[in-house]
Design a binder for this molecule. Structure first.
Ligand SMILES: [Zn+2]
Length: 242
């Protein structure tokens, strides 16, 4: 039941309130401190394994390389009032723990939600994947201000300016063009960073930081009109592996 709720929220979501559990936001009465109280569907937001976190105190582990099988497939872009999201066609996936997780969509947060060794970044991408049982895996990528990100440029040129806007991209985006070539990662067990905050999400945070131009970072912030980062959550008993 819970999985149905969050997959619906991840996949649909053109309307601002498409999550079904009620309105939420990043400030005031509907802000992150109150998410768990806004709806019974959002009770997980008060859980002990929430995202984002400050990634630090790493445990050395023999992390297997993620097997990436990404193809061109970002073919639709939307602004749902909480983020700008590119929906991905079927056929791109990663393999983790011997399971295949299909890439559903990627979206952005500014400033970054996760921190690495206490450092916040101006922009963070989340590539959201699900396996056939509805288990989620998110690949996260930090951006620092620098050279223009060529992969991002295609999507950015057609960024929907208003909440609720959605349209097809005139040329399909390849997420390989956004990601760095080195894909070593940190790993921890967390949650969705937006309501319903469902737990049991595999978080795979790339160590290599990408660049985006000042104009690219500002374009995103300007479109959303507000920061869209949930504050850091308590790590509690979770190890962060590297
Ligand atoms: Zn996200």
């Amino acid at each position: 039941m819970k999985k149905t709720i969050f997959l619906t929220a991840l996949l649909a979501s053109t309307a601002v309130s498409a999550s079904g559990g009620g309105h939420w936001g990043y400030a005031g009465a509907e802000g992150p401190d109150n998410w768990a109280r806004l709806s019974p569907d959002y009770s997980a937001c008060a859980g002990k394994n929430q995202s984002p976190i400050n990634l630090t105190g790493f445990i050395e582990a023999e992390l297997e390389p993620i097997k990436f099988d990404y193809k061109t497939g970002g073919n639709e872009i939307l602004n749902n009032g909480h983020t700008v999201q590119v929906n991905y066609a079927k056929g791109s996936s990663i393999q983790v723990d011997g399971r295949t997780f299909n890439l559903l969509q990627f979206h952005f947060h500014a400033p970054s939600e996760n921190h690495i060794k206490g450092k916040s970044y101006p922009l963070e991408a989340h590539l959201v994947h699900a396996d056939q049982d509805g288990n989620l895996a998110v690949v996260a990528l930090m951006f620092t201000e620098g050279a223009e990100n060529k992969g991002l440029a295609k999507a950015w040129s057609q960024m929907p300016q208003h909440a609720g806007d959605k349209h097809a991209l005139s040329s399909s985006v390849d997420v390989n063009e956004i990601l760095p070539s080195n894909r070593d990662y940190y790993r921890f067990n967390g949650s969705l960073t937006t309501p319903p905050c469902s737990e049991g999400v595999r978080w795979l945070v790339l160590k290599e930081v990408a660049t985006a131009s000042k104009a690219q970072i500002e374009a995103f912030a300007h479109t959303l009109h507000h920061p869209n980062n949930r504050p850091l959550q308590a790590v509690n008993a979770r190890p962060v592996l590297q």
